[in-house]
Design a protein around this ligand. Structure first.
Ligand SMILES: [Zn+2]
Length: 113
């Protein structure tokens, strides 16, 4: 499962970051692009499973979806990609550049007081 290795990467990164930390991790906030191909529910599930018996046990994975946007090289417009229709809605061109929507990054690690 794709999400399992992604969840593992997130957990590894967080554990690395909190190696010296005595406090407990309450939540991990991530930004997930809409066209990243990652299913949020599945990622949450994997996260819960692999954090069991680690320093992250019980931590919540908060997923913030990032909408997909693209820039059209032909008509110079920026637009939102909807329903996985990548071509430009203004000129129907396909010479486009994806600006956002592919990201998967940890935005914040929330620790207990
Ligand atoms: Zn265009």
């Amino acid at each position: 499962m794709h999400e399992l290795s992604i969840a593992q990467n997130i957990v590894d990164l967080v554990l690395e970051n909190i190696a010296e930390e005595q406090r407990k991790v309450i939540a991990v906030n991530i930004k997930l692009g809409e066209i990243s191909g990652v299913i949020p529910e599945s990622l949450e599930f994997c996260f819960d499973v692999i954090t069991k018996d680690t320093k992250l046990q019980g931590a919540k994975l908060n997923i913030e979806r990032v909408s997909a946007t693209a820039y059209c090289n032909q008509c110079d417009k920026t637009y939102q990609i909807e329903h996985l229709l990548f071509s430009c809605p203004f000129c129907f061109g396909s010479d486009i550049k994806i600006l956002t929507g592919n990201e998967l990054l940890i935005s914040e690690i929330i620790l207990s007081d």
